[in-house]
Design a protein around this ligand. Structure first.
Ligand SMILES: NC(=O)c1ccc[n+]([C@@H]2O[C@H](COP(=O)([O-])OP(=O)(O)OC[C@H]3O[C@@H](n4cnc5c(N)ncnc54)[C@H](O)[C@@H]3O)[C@@H](O)[C@H]2O)c1
Length: 434
């Protein structure tokens, strides 16, 4: 089957290459000529483990191609996916749907064969109705259906998530669209990944409800971690103790500096805006968003407090800047608020991240980027572990102690054993471990 993927960012590129790997003919379209040129040359626009190799193999087999020309890209495609960004709209926090609607207009202008238009972008409930209206006006004589197929992949494990999803959600009441999407996902169906067919509106809501629930789980354990610090409990034990209950589950119970990234912050906000529009306040999600936002800066204060009476002029090394490991994505990363809080307190901040420094530079010009963890640590009064890249899991503590001005380790991801670090002569601060 021929598939067109409009938008070749994290979701579009990963979905496109995986569909090609399943044997479909896929054209990835993007309006960014630089991105398409690089992709044609085999250069990945993002860091995602395994992606480059998969793109190379599928391009070589002729099943995957790239273009900026939407008319050419969608020609003959039975399914046309929309996978463009839906960032928070400046000013009011609603999802900015201008990219989605622009694609719908452009597809409508050029569509001259029957096709199913599938929204893969995360979009508020009712967006499919508007996409349908735009297409009906732009292409009144062409047979089409609009379906919702939200994506649940996680950056850093995107290919595996796409190929072995917990579920595939397809929202449409149209039998023909169901048939086309069943064909698209047949290889996964054979892998026994459950396909859930719902109405379009339910599918749109499933994505937001899932993200809001996961954000709630993270925020819940973060607050329990704060309580652990006050009462002398260990949040790792508490998380394990509750997570072993199958009704709760152990995932997303890792206390840390607050959630960030390209999805949770903007999606919780967009869900709240939808709820507001429909006069149905979601008070739990409201609290989650608020608690998480203040938590990031609070992490900066935690470090400042640990520096003692006169923190001004002291030096702090941040290890890891991306919102999580194995990605170069800096969108809404907690490191941004932490670095700013430190800078505001007159602290000199150095940092190292294996993949994120290029984009981080623009977001935190006040931070001095270094070539390695040890270079960042040199002369530091505190080392702060912000993102749990594997490369930071086994730092040579003796070397850290030699290089740093003071043996203070603030572990915002709880990846070190408190007893080991303390035995190495460090003052060790964690999240909720007493
Ligand atoms: N990143 C994730 O982990 C993730 C996971 C699940 C869902 N989502 C959702 O998927 C959507 C895409 O997210 P992303 O992270 O891939 O975004 P992204 O910013 O990485 O990529 C979007 C791409 O769309 C392109 N684009 C914009 N307008 C276009 C147009 N008119 N024609 C062609 N290309 C156009 C941009 O140039 C960009 O390359 C969002 O709605 C997001 O919420 C993201």
């Amino acid at each position: 089957m021929k598939i067109a993927m409009v938008g070749s960012g994290y979701v579009g590129l990963v979905s496109g290459v995986c569909f090609a790997d399943f044997g479909h003919d896929v054209v990835c379209i993007d309006k960014d000529p630089g991105k398409i040129e690089r992709l044609k040359a085999g250069v990945m626009p993002i860091y995602e483990p395994g992606l480059e190799d998969l793109v190379r193999r599928n391009t070589a087999s002729g099943r995957l191609s790239f273009t900026t020309d939407l008319a050419e890209g969608i020609s003959g495609a039975a399914a046309i996916f929309i996978a463009v960004g839906t960032p928070s709209r400046r000013g009011d926090g609603h999802a900015d749907l201008s990219f989605v609607y622009a694609v719908a207009e452009e597809v409508g202008e050029h569509l001259n064969h029957p096709a199913v238009i599938v929204t893969k972008s995360t979009v508020p409930v009712g967006t499919g109705d508007e996409v349908e209206r735009i297409l009906s006006e732009a292409a009144p004589k062409v047979q089409f259906a609009v379906a919702s197929n939200p994506e649940f992949l996680r950056e850093g494990a995107a290919i595996d998530d796409f190929k072995r999803p917990d579920r595939i959600v397809i929202g449409t009441d149209d039998e023909w669209a169901r048939g086309v999407l069943t064909e698209v996902y047949r290889p996964l169906f054979l892998n026994r990944s459950p396909i859930l067919f719902t109405s379009r509106r339910s599918a749109e809501l499933i994505k937001y409800a899932a993200n809001a629930f996961l954000a709630t789980k993270i925020t819940f354990i973060n607050e329990i971690a704060d309580l652990c610090e006050k009462v002398g409990g260990d949040v790792q034990d508490v998380a394990r103790g509750i997570g072993l209950d199958n009704r709760i589950g152990g995932k997303f119970l890792h206390a840390g500096p607050g959630y960030g990234g390209s999805c949770f912050p903007k999606d919780t906000l967009a869900l709240l805006k939808t709820a507001e529009d429909f006069d149905t306040p979601l008070r739990i999600v409201e609290a989650v968003a608020k608690v998480n936002e203040s938590r990031k800066r609070a992490m900066g204060r935690k470090v400042i407090d640990a520096l003692g009476e006169n923190p001004r002029g002291k030096k702090v090394a941040l290890l890891g800047l991306t919102f999580k490991p194995n990605t170069d994505d800096m969108r809404d990363a907690p490191s941004i608020a932490i670095a700013l809080a430190l800078h505001d307190a007159g602290i000199v901040v150095t940092a190292y991240d294996p993949e994120g420094m290029e984009s981080a530079r623009a977001l935190m010009p006040e931070v001095e980027m270094k070539d390695s963890a040890y270079a960042a640590i040199e002369g530091a009064d505190a080392v702060v572990l912000v993102t749990e890249w594997d490369a930071f899991r086994a730092l040579d503590l003796r070397r850290v102690k030699e290089l740093a001005a003071a043996p203070l380790l603030v572990d915002l991801r709880n990846i070190y054993q408190p007893s080991e670090v303390r035995a190495a002569g460090f003052t060790y601060l964690s999240i909720g471990r007493g």
